[in-house]
Ligand binder design. Structure first.
Ligand SMILES: C[S@@+](CC[C@H](N)C(=O)[O-])C[C@H]1O[C@@H](n2cnc3c(N)ncnc32)[C@H](O)[C@@H]1O
Length: 273
């Protein structure tokens, strides 16, 4: 499995629970190769993975709707965007900058153009940038991003990415965020807390990745304590939740009760001070 394949998997999960994820466009990315992999993951790691990723998307869907209803003409910057489709459910006034590795960005840009021409997607103002967070410097990222932003309110999404990066690269990304954002702007981030490392379900996840990693992709397996987010210079932690808690809000008839039985990700909203 290559890291970019995880973007197809997550997108397909969202398509399985449209009423929860609210991502009515996710299914455009569905393909037989990904759908053939998913049953084995659900079986060997955890059956809850598809609903958890849909809850995660719902959290950001709601957070983005709220931010951009108050900040007209703002910019959404999605770091490690994969096949996220948030912009198509936001107003056409939002400018979206999608960042990912080159192969994902080129494929996504091309597909979005085709589907927009075919009328399957509404027109949106999207800029596509390819970075490799491990190799591009903070100066490179800041200089490139500054070409496309000019004092507008910015919401940065960093979703489903930090597991693959190490702490040094994570610090680098937050330095980039701090440089391009202004007071009142928001970062939404997702990661696992270190306590998950002791759970059977997380051990099964690592085993799955290790036994299917037939490429040179590096997997950092990063977990991050909540205290990391409270100590980031230039930011204030304004919201912290997790997928277990989100299930009580968005799937109240089937709430997830035990965070130790699932791959429970924690979600954070940080405001630039
Ligand atoms: C699990 S997917 C999540 C995609 C999307 N954020 C979502 O939640 O649907 C992880 C994404 O992070 C991207 N990614 C991982 N490592 C990266 C790196 N070093 N530089 C840029 N993108 C990276 C992958 O290409 C992939 O699209």
């Amino acid at each position: 499995m290559q890291i970019h394949e995880t973007a197809f998997i997550v997108s397909t999960y969202r398509s399985y629970h449209e009423s929860v994820s609210k991502d009515i466009y996710a299914k455009l990315w569905n393909n037989p190769k990904t759908e053939a992999i998913i049953p084995e993951i659900l079986d060997s790691v955890s059956t809850n993975e598809s609903i958890l990723h849909s809850l995660r998307n719902r959290f950001f869907h709601e957070s983005l709707q709220s931010f951009f209803s108050k900040n007209k003409g703002g910019v959404l910057i999605n770091f490690g965007a994969g096949f996220s489709m948030y912009q198509f459910l936001l107003g056409a006034d939002v400018h979206t900058i999608e960042i990912d590795k080159k192969d994902i960005i080129e494929y996504k840009k091309n597909q979005i153009e085709v589907w927009t021409e075919e009328g399957k997607l509404p027109e949106r103002n999207t800029t596509y940038i390819s970075f490799d967070f491990n190799h591009d410097s903070e100066e490179t990222m800041i200089t490139e991003l500054n070409k496309f932003i000019n004092q507008q309110p910015i919401f940065i999404v960093l979703e489903g990415v930090l597991f693959f990066l190490d702490r040094k690269v994570t610090d680098k990304l937050f330095t980039v965020f701090k440089n391009i954002q202004s007071s009142g702007d928001v970062v939404g981030s997702v990661s696992y807390i270190p306590e998950i490392e002791h759970t059977d379900v997380y051990k099964r996840l690592l085993h799955y990745f290790d036994s299917h990693n037939n490429t040179n992709d590096s997997f950092a397996h990063q977990t991050i304590p909540t205290s990391y987010y409270t100590q980031i210079e230039g930011y204030r932690l304004v919201e912290h939740t997790d997928e277990c808690k989100l299930s009580k809000i968005y799937t109240p008839n089937t709430p997830l009760e035990d965070p130790n039985e699932i791959l429970n990700e924690h979600l954070y909203l940080l405001e630039r001070v």
